[in-house]
Design a protein. Structure first.
Lengths: 283, 340
């Protein structure tokens, strides 16, 4: 994995610090061109990996990359699935069954109906595989060496102790996409322990790591201890935390941690992108 | 805190129930003794993929698993009967919101739980969000001077086109924006300002739904004498997820709070207060208490932690209990009555 990964929250109005800013960002990044412009700025600054959620609009970005192969020769995307709000809003409105109907790929769902829904709904590994394939469609022809399970699903399964599905995701990504599975989590100590027990060696885990201890469930000390053990390949996200320390201090803390392999950040302006990259590279 | 784990069961495993189960599953003070739902698909999933004992009959579960406490996340129309039965069995109850579809029934359940000395809580998670808590604290200190107005809003993209019907699209089962989104906002007004005692100018608007309202607008009149505007719409696709905002106007300034930040403008700083004149912005990340396990927001874990520790320590909440839930059900009834 590259040392620096570029994130996509800013493009889709995901801002943990301010609802108001998220709406401003949605307006700013209304067009695909505005997103591509920022990705290209990050690429010029040396960031060749885009880690993004499987939001509908990412399909357009993928299309652009496929159309301009010369501009994106060593470019990689790390998909993070699923785009949870799509499903969560559907479940609120349609119920779990209705949401599955709405999002299962059409032909597969009608096949399932022929065989009876029961056959499909009882085979959870198979259902997971179908959903992964549906989410991966938009990335065809693009290098996706790491494929992530979003934290809302990782952590849901973690709390439910449905560990088998975490292992199934890991092995399916390897088998079908010849890629590494990654897990995004807000609960590194718990997940790390579970993955070790599942026999997954050096799993890729993307998790909140920041000087403030923001969204580091189980406590900052527990995180630092796990990082020092170097049993996982860790990507630090939410490095700016809750936003009460300076960006420079925030970056200095994360680069000082030996167990952090990569750093994920997103920004919406050339100045912020260049500044953050230069701070990380100065380590 | 006592070391003994609380024996917990869950009834109803839809979106909220599954989320509660995951959070409770990660709580070291909880032993999950049973989970119950009527969906075969959900039960099969839990039976095959998780270690929990599953039931399709909650009465059987209660008799066999003998929980001390239950989390109830079934369609609202079933709340009244189930809660009554659980209280009769001396079981502590955490019920999803709204408490029931009838304010008088909610009040009776509140009294019953109190008489029996059982812990009772309603899932209004905004009570556990740092920014709303800070707003409540500041208002209690009278930081805004005389409060004369408020706006209470929530917007989100739940029903953005006409679709198949579920229980949420039937009012008699507790569907519609008033019981769902609006109940959170109404509760937040009851919680942070003062009890709603009257309503006027109410409009329930259908946008995409055929049988229920998608938006709730009106004026709320509070016990404290002030009034303010309620504006809630769950058919607004310009929001990525539910976004709740409370703005309070006083003679000494204004506070705007949502789940991510609190913004305050003071004409004059108050004596002994730590806030300056002019604008202050507090991000929730700087004031939210961390939790042991994070799923969808600290508040969801915090509310269950609160329920469990209330049982362990025998502390009866006056803020998050059935009585508080009954106040919200009363305000909902006032709104329904106003349009008939």
């Amino acid at each position: 994995m590259d040392r620096i990964l570029f994130g996509d929250n800013q493009f889709f109005g995901v801002n943990h610090a301010s609802d108001e800013k998220s709406r401003e960002q949605l307006i700013k990044f209304k067009s695909n061109d505005s997103i591509i412009k920022i990705l290209d700025l990050a690429k010029i600054a040396g960031v060749n990996t885009f880690m993004c959620t499987t939001h509908d609009r990412i399909a357009n970005i993928c299309e652009h990359i496929r159309k301009h192969p010369a501009d994106y020769t060593s470019y990689k995307i790390y998909p993070c699935m699923p785009y949870a709000h799509k499903y969560a809003n559907a479940v609120t409105e349609l119920g779990i069954m209705g949401a599955l109907k709405a999002y299962m790929p059409g032909n597969i769902f009608s096949t399932a109906l022929k065989g009876g829904m029961a056959y499909l709904s009882d085979d959870h590994e198979k259902m997971m595989e179908l959903l992964v394939d549906a989410e991966m469609k938009m990335f065809h022809g693009i290098e996706t060496p790491v494929i992530f399970l979003q934290n809302v699903v990782t952590d849901l399964l973690l709390g439910l102790k449905a560990y088998g599905l975490l292992a199934a995701f890991h092995s399916y990504i390897k088998k079908k996409y010849n890629a590494e599975a990654g897990f995004i989590t807000m609960n590194l100590p718990l997940l790390s322990n579970v993955l070790v027990n599942l026999g997954i060696k050096h799993p890729i885990i993307c998790t909140s790591i920041n000087k403030e201890g923001f969204r580091m469930s189980g406590g900052k000390c527990a995180y630092e201890k796990i990082l020092a053990e170097k049993k996982n390949r860790v990507i630090a996200m939410q490095i700016f935390g809750g936003g009460f320390i300076s960006p420079k201090e925030a970056v200095d803390y994360v680069v000082s941690l030996e167990g952090v392999e990569s750093i994920l950040f997103g920004a919406s302006s050339a100045g912020n992108i260049q500044q953050t990259i230069s701070w990380i590279n100065k380590e | 805190m006592l070391d003994k784990k609380i024996r917990l069961a869950l009834i109803g495993l839809g979106k909220m129930g599954i989320s509660h189960l995951s959070i409770a599953g990660a709580n070291p003070h909880v032993e999950i003794v049973g989970v119950c739902d009527t969906s075969k698909m959900v039960l099969t999933f839990l039976e095959k993929q998780t270690p929990f004992s599953v039931y399709d009959d909650y009465k059987k579960m209660i008799d066999e698993a003998k929980p001390q406490a239950v989390i109830l996340s079934v369609p609202t129309k079933y709340h009244a009967g189930m809660i009554e039965g659980l209280l009769d069995k001396n079981i502590h109850v955490f019920a999803e919101k709204p408490l029931t579809l009838d304010a008088a029934t909610s009040q009776k359940l509140a009294e019953k739980a109190e008489v029996l000395g059982l812990i009772n809580q309603v899932g209004y998670h905004n009570h556990f969000i740092g920014t709303f808590l800070e707003m409540k604290r500041l208002l209690q200190k009278n930081i805004l001077g005389d409060v004369y107005h408020f706006t209470a809003e929530a917007y989100g993209p739940v029903v953005t086109k006409a679709k198949d019907s579920t229980w949420r699209s039937k009012q008699e089962e507790g569907g519609g924006c008033l019981y769902d989104y609006a109940s959170h906002v109404i509760d937040l007004v009851n919680f942070s300002l003062s009890e709603i005692v009257g309503v006027s100018g109410v409009e329930l608007k259908k946008i995409f739904s055929k049988e229920v309202e998608d938006a709730v607008y009106g004026t709320l009149h509070l016990k404290s004498g002030i009034s303010g505007i309620l504006s809630v719409n769950w058919s607004d696709p310009t929001y990525r997820k539910m976004s709740t905002k409370l703005t309070v106007f006083g003679k000494n300034g204004k506070i705007i709070a949502d789940a991510t930040e609190l913004k305050m403008n003071l004409n004059e700083p108050i004596k002994g207060g730590s806030y300056d004149r002019g604008w202050t912005t507090i991000s929730v990340g700087t004031i939210q208490e961390p939790v042991g396990f994070y799923l969808r927001g600290e508040e969801y874990t915090a509310q269950l932690d609160y329920f469990i520790s209330s049982i362990q320590n025998g502390i009866r909440s006056s803020q998050h209990n059935f009585r508080q839930g009954a106040k919200t059900d009363h305000a909902i009834a006032l709104i329904r009555k106003a349009i008939h």
